[in-house]
Design a protein around this ligand. Sequence first.
Ligand SMILES: *[C@@H]1O[C@H](CO)[C@@H](O)[C@H](O)[C@H]1NC(C)=O
Ligand SMILES: *[C@@H]1O[C@H](CO)[C@@H](O)[C@H](O)[C@H]1NC(C)=O
Ligand SMILES: *[C@@H]1O[C@H](CO)[C@@H](O)[C@H](O)[C@H]1NC(C)=O
Ligand SMILES: *[C@@H]1O[C@H](CO)[C@@H](O)[C@H](O)[C@H]1NC(C)=O
Length: 366
Amino acid sequence: MISLRSILALSLGLPIIAVRATQYSLVKQYAGAHFFDGWDFYGNYDNLTNGDAIFVTASQAASQRLAFVNSAGNAIMKVDNKTNVVFNDKRNTVRISSKDRFAVGSVWIADMLHVPYGCSVWPAFWSQALDWPTGGEIDTFEAVNMESNSQISLHTVPGCTVVNAVQTSTLVNTTDCSFLANQNSGCAVGNPDPNSYGAAFAATGGGVFVTEFAETGISLRLTRPPTSVWFFSRGNVPNSLQGNASSVDTSSLGKPVANYPTGGCNVDRFFQPQKLIFDITLCGDFAGNPQTFAQTCSGFCYQDYVIGSPSNYDNAYFEVRSVRIFGTSPSVDITPGSSGASQDATSVLWLGLTGLSATLLFLLAL
Ligand SMILES: *[C@@H]1O[C@H](CO)[C@@H](O)[C@H](O)[C@H]1NC(C)=O
Ligand SMILES: *[C@@H]1O[C@H](CO)[C@@H](O)[C@H](O)[C@H]1NC(C)=O
Ligand SMILES: *[C@@H]1O[C@H](CO)[C@@H](O)[C@H](O)[C@H]1NC(C)=O
Ligand SMILES: *[C@@H]1O[C@H](CO)[C@@H](O)[C@H](O)[C@H]1NC(C)=O
């Protein structure tokens, strides 16, 4: 299909690749037996969000069966539900972050069958740059305790706000993404789909989360603006996202659940290449906040759930079929985590060119 942008680009003789902002090709896939190869395990207690959790190392995760690929070929990441934890100790769980980082101009699509839930449980699938908060954070999926919905949020340095969002969610908590505002809750939007978390997520066969980390400027005038998150419960997953499609056109996905337009937040200014993260912590700053905890659970977060019998955690696991990364051009939107000097240079070059074309187009669109 020829988009308005393509026609404009053709008629102006601009390189077409720079303007297909909604067309992305597969650049990387985490799936199957090698799912965990591309990730680092945190290997320390939760010193990030004050959770009552120890994020195990890769070898502990393997030996304690807290991270493994199951017989269906799906990645499991779970909280220890075998150990009777004694008072003052923390419970073992998992936090992994991708070795590679993905630049503006990427889309990540996570297909999951189960997400962790239960009192004291705080799971998230999200991303952040090496420098936080300077390089930004995108929370695609986050929820706590027995809430009925998950939520989406961005966290940045001051100056990034939500203006004129084109989205289906009306559950807008806050529109200031600054980590200094609203106790760092970010510009959070509730996911209105009741199947976006908890037992309902699992019972309906899970679903697919799509995060578009889009190019600056390009869509300001021409189509839907950058950085969006979609969620499709299993029964609503569009054909284009089923199977192993090697490309995705985000303009075909309809209105996103959450949208962060350029008008209030220039992506290039507030975001740097993102590492993807899966983690499950317990209690801590969000799930353990007494007010938040009391909304859906009774008793005390640590004393009544984390310690003692492990059976509270039978549902505290991710089951992930795949995480697939798409870029505006194959293989160039990745910043490898180690020894990738030449590819780093390519990424930077690519972003430079994209930025230049975007600027040109932006000027033309005015
Ligand atoms: C958390 O602990 C790790 C390992 O000791 C350390 O490298 C890191 O700096 C700590 N982070 C914070 C925020 O304290
Ligand atoms: C957003 O609002 C909902 C409903 O009031 C609440 O449950 C949720 O914790 C809020 N999220 C944040 C990050 O404040
Ligand atoms: C999709 O790709 C994965 C990984 O290459 C493979 O295991 C799986 O069988 C493929 N599925 C389909 C429907 O082709
Ligand atoms: C722990 O959770 C898993 C997944 O729900 C379940 O299969 C298992 O029976 C639970 N209990 C123990 C002791 O592993």
